[in-house]
Structures are given as structure tokens and as C-alpha cells.
Design a protein around this ligand. Structure first.
Ligand code: HEM
Length: 508
């Protein structure tokens, strides 16, 4: 009974797929069928949706209108056109808020930064930026990441190397970044990274939330809302995951509150300020000119912290996984990277001194990470809706009942944007003739978003990725197990579907 609606939906979809196969439009662009619209093409290609979108937008000059079933009133404008992206994300930003449709799908994020519009978004952004721009933030970040590498990552890699066993590197990086994000952002270490590889319910709950959110994007809203009302299928799982995430965050808040009471001097911790202190003081003082903020507003605190942890958790680990996967297929780049790391770090064991200078000097590593993010952007798509009808630079008219989707994955693979070699992994494209990093406008390289909502954690992400990547490159050789192929998963974050199974050996 639980999955009845999903099963009926799948049954109809399979029948449609059969019909679609029979009458398939050979030019590779979805056919708009009477009544069911383009759903058959969507279902037929769902397993390979990211590459399918690449094919379609390449054939449709970067823009494509997907028409849903007749009764569902579902129209999605898929665009990877940099001029449209620039218009929507920057030039006419005010007309493209997150809006009620996005808020509904991402309801679990509450009033946090990723799910709010002005004035709440302005408040959240100001708070998040004041935290990551704090004078001691960078120093604290480097210390926490280095500590986790020494106490967690290296012992596990040493162990699997000594025993000659396989490990899922994506899982390992996921644990590393979950622990570091929580430690740096909310000053709480869930200790998911240890040799026992424990199952951590809060981390699993985040995975379940991401899966259900993607499902909500693909389903007509009436169906997932009906399932939510009945608490069945994926919506039942979503509800449980939401509860687990709440338990985790509220527990952190309770611990922090009790620490604050026992240590009134909490401002003087090793960082000088932490995110919890920053938010609680702003909420308690209510001096932020933001409406509807109450004293002891734990719900707002929960929303604020959850959004930051979620934003910083999987993005970094997924980027690192694809980075090492691409290196395993590009020995030339790997050799150059090892040479650069050895040269720049020849006089030091780690990043604890001069971390900024070391990170800045690792130019080829920076270029290789950008190239990874171009081909495998961790946030795989962006969704928008206009408040007022608008005409885009491509000449398409969009209206408030339409959803606009940018496929970041497809954007990095367009010949007209990146050239004929766009499918190759070539860090050199990011390096200028003078040997510096070549700047690409964010509406072309959208991995960190563009315009006023550009990612707040970009510097944090590069610092963490460089420290982890350089440490692994200096000490270990990573080889995928025989026959391994990295397959992008269908999720809002671009995980590898079957993890990243590797063998590890010591370099020295
Ligand atoms: C490789 C790593 C990362 C990538 C590729 C990335 C990418 C992105 C993207 C695409 C968005 C826009 C999402 C949307 O609006 O739907 C975003 C927003 C955001 N990111 Fe990141 N991110 C990364 C790491 C981080 C980290 C470590 C943090 C830690 C604080 C962070 C904090 C944020 C925040 C707060 C926003 C919301 C900005 C706003 O709406 O004003 N990100 N990021």
C-alpha cells in the first residue's frame, strides 16, 4: 500500500516509455506527446539524466522548453546560455527570488540562507559573511582540517594501505568533510571519521533529505504533496530524515547553550568567535533590523546552522572524489601536480604555517580543482522562477508559472562555451600566459553560483580541498579498483553512484 502511488506512476511511465521507444523521434529532442507531454523522454533517460540534458541543449542552441503532462501545468525552461544566466542571476536579480515553489520543495531548510529571500536572506547573508570573513576564521579552519587529517584521514589510509584492502574514497571524504564542516561551523564534532567507519544517523539523514528533494523536483507537486499528506513512500522517509536532522541540530544547540552558561567567557575560545555565539547574540540583541526575530529563537538558529552545514558538507567531498577520479585517468596531470606540491611544500610538513601563501602558490592544483568543478559541479542544477514575465537575452519569454533550470553539469560541457576540447580534463585552460589563474566570469563557470547569491563558502572550500588534496598527493597513491567507472548519481549533489572504490598505497 505504501508505495501504491509510486508504483502506479511508474507503471504508467513504463508504458509510456514503451510507446516512446516505438515512435521515438530520431533527432534526440524529446517529443511533446498529447496529454503526457515530454514525460516519456524524461523517464526513458532518467538513469542518465545529466548527460541526456547535455545532448539536448547542445542540439537546441543552449535553450530548451520541457513540457510536462497536460493537467500538471508543468513547463520547465532549461537553459545553459551564459547570457541568460547573467541576466537572471545578476542583471534582473530582483525578479528571480527563490520564491514559494522553491520554498515548498526545500521546506526543511526553513528560513535559512539557501531558502529565504529579502529581508531574511539579507540578514542571513550578512551573518554568514561576517563569520567567514572573521579575522580568525581562516586560521581556525586550517587548524581544524589539519587536525582531522592527522587524527582521522591518515590513520585510515595507512591502515587500508598496510592491509591492501579496498576503500570507498567518496565515503571517506564525506565523513571527513561532515566532521570538519560541523566542527568549523557549529563547533561540534560528530566523529564520523574513524577506523570503525560508524553509521552516523545525522549524516545518513542528510543523504535521505537530498534524495527526497530531487524526487520532489521530478514529480508533479500534487503527487508528492499527496504522498506527504498520507506520509507514504519517499515522503515518509523524508519526514523521518527531517526529524533526525532536527534532533542533531537541536542537540548541538542545547550543548552549546549549556556550555555558554558554564562559560560566560565563551567569546574567548580558540577562534575568538564561533557561529553559534554570533547568531545567538544577534538573535538575543535583535539588533539586526530583521523582522520576526524573537529571543531564544531556536527555530531560527536551527535553520541558520542547518543551511550552512548542508551547504558545506557534501559539496567539498564530492569535488574531492571527482578530482581523484579524474587524476586516475590523467597520469600526466597527476605527475605535474605531485611535482608542484613537492616544490611548493619542500620546506614544510603541513599548512599550519603560511597556509594562505602556500595555498596561493599551488596554482596548478587550483586550476585542476576548477577543471574538476567545471566537469563535475557538486551542485548540479539551479532552479528559478520569475515574479513578473520577462524576456531573456536568448529571446525566450518566461512567466511566473514556469520553472527555469540551469544545468551546471551541461554548462561545463558545451562546445560553444568551452571550445571543442570541452570534454577533456585540461587544467591548463585555467592558467594564463603569465602563469596565473585565468579568471572566468561566474555566469560561464557557475559552480559557485553567480551574482548576489554567490557561494559564501568558496574560499573555505578551496582552502579545505587544497589541504586535503596536497596531503593525499604527497603521501599516497590512489588507484581505482579494476574496471571501476565513475557514474554520476541522480541527486541534487553530484555523488558517484556506486561510490569510489580504490586501493591505496604509500608513496614513501
Ligand atoms: C566545492 C564546494 C562548494 C561548491 C561547489 C558550492 C556551490 C554553491 C552553489 C552552486 C550555491 C548556490 C545554491 C543555490 O542558491 O541553490 C552555493 C550557495 C551557498 N554556499 Fe556554497 N559551495 C561549496 C562549498 C560551500 C561551503 C564550504 C560553504 C560553507 C559555509 C558554503 C556556503 C554556501 C552558502 C551559505 C550559500 C548560500 C548563498 C546565498 O544564497 O546567498 N558553500 N554554493
Amino acid at each position: 500500500m505504501d508505495y501504491l502511488i509510486e508504483i502506479s506512476f511508474i507503471f504508467v511511465a513504463v508504458s509510456l516509455v514503451f510507446l516512446y521507444n516505438y515512435y521515438h523521434d530520431k533527432n534526440g529532442i524529446p517529443t511533446n506527446w498529447p496529454i503526457v507531454g515530454m514525460l516519456p523522454a524524461l523517464f526513458l533517460n532518467l538513469h542518465n539524466i545529466h548527460d541526456y540534458v547535455v545532448e539536448v541543449v547542445e542540439k537546441t542552441q543552449l535553450n530548451f522548453v520541457f513540457k510536462g503532462p497536460w493537467l500538471a501545468n508543468m513547463q520547465i525552461f532549461v537553459t545553459v546560455d551564459p547570457a541568460n544566466v547573467h541576466h537572471i542571476m545578476s542583471k534582473n536579480f530582483g525578479n528571480y527570488p527563490k520564491g514559494p515553489k522553491f520554498n515548498e520543495i526545500f521546506d526543511v531548510l526553513g528560513d535559512g540562507i539557501s531558502n529565504s529571500d529579502s529581508p531574511m536572506w539579507e540578514y542571513q547573508r550578512k551573518m554568514a559573511k561576517s563569520f567567514v570573513n572573521h579575522s580568525k576564521f581562516h586560521e581556525n579552519l586550517v587548524k581544524k582540517v589539519e587536525d582531522k587529517i592527522e587524527s582521522g584521514l591518515k590513520p585510515i589510509l595507512d591502515n587500508v594501505s598496510n592491509q591492501g584492502i579496498e576503500i570507498d574514497l567518496q565515503d571517506l571524504f564525506g565523513r571527513l568533510t561532515f566532521d570538519t564542516s560541523c566542527t568549523v561551523l557549529i563547533d561540534f564534532d560528530p566523529k564520523s571519521l574513524s577506523i570503525e567507519m560508524p553509521i552516523v544517523p545525522s549524516s545518513k539523514a542528510f543523504d535521505d533529505l537530498e534524495e527526497a528533494i530531487l524526487y520532489r523536483h521530478a514529480m508533479p507537486p500534487s503527487i508528492w504533496k499527496f504522498q506527504r499528506w498520507l506520509s507514504i513512500g519517499r515522503e515518509k522517509k523524508f519526514k523521518q530524515a527531517w526529524k533526525n536532522v532536527d534532533d542533531f541540530i537541536y542537540n548541538c544547540i542545547a550543548i552549546k547553550r549549556s556550555q555558554k552558561v558554564s562559560d560566560q567567557n565563551s567569546k574567548n575560545n580558540d577562534m575568538g568567535v564561533n557561529l553559534f555565539t554570533l547568531y545567538t547574540e544577534a538573535i538575543e540583541e535583535n539588533n539586526t533590523q530583521t523582522p520576526n526575530i524573537k529571543k531564544d529563537d531556536d527555530k531560527l538558529l536551527r535553520d541558520s546552522l542547518l543551511n550552512l552545514v548542508l551547504a558545506g558538507r557534501d559539496t567539498i567531498s564530492v569535488a574531492l572524489s571527482w578530482f581523484f577520479y579524474l587524476l586516475s585517468k590523467n597520469a600526466r596531470v597527476e605527475t605535474k601536480l605531485r611535482e608542484e606540491v613537492e616544490k611548493i611544500m619542500s620546506h614544510t610538513q603541513d599548512f599550519s604555517n603560511n597556509s594562505r601563501e602556500l595555498c596561493n602558490k599551488l596554482v596548478y592544483l587550483h586550476a585542476s580543482l576548477c577543471e574538476t568543478l567545471r566537469l563535475y559541479p557538486p551542485v548540479v542544477f539551479e532552479s528559478k522562477s520569475p515574479v513578473e514575465p520577462d524576456i531573456l537575452p536568448s529571446g525566450h519569454t518566461v512567466s511566473p508559472n514556469m520553472q527555469i533550470i540551469f544545468s551546471l553539469y551541461a554548462m561545463g560541457r558545451m562546445k560553444s562555451i568551452w571550445g571543442d576540447d570541452c570534454h577533456e580534463f585540461k587544467p591548463e585552460r585555467w592558467i594564463s600566459e603569465e602563469g596565473n589563474i585565468r579568471h572566468e566570469p561566474s555566469y560561464k563557470f557557475l559552480a559557485f553560483n553567480a551574482g548576489p547569491r554567490t557561494c559564501v563558502g568558496k574560499d573555505m572550500a578551496f582552502t579545505e580541498m587544497k589541504i586535503v588534496a596536497a596531503t593525499v598527493l604527497r603521501n599516497y597513491r590512489i588507484e581505482p579498483v579494476d574496471g571501476f567507472q565513475g557514474v554520476p548519481d541522480i541527486s541534487i549533489i553530484l555523488h558517484m553512484k556506486y561510490g569510489f572504490k580504490v586501493k591505496v598505497s604509500h608513496l614513501r
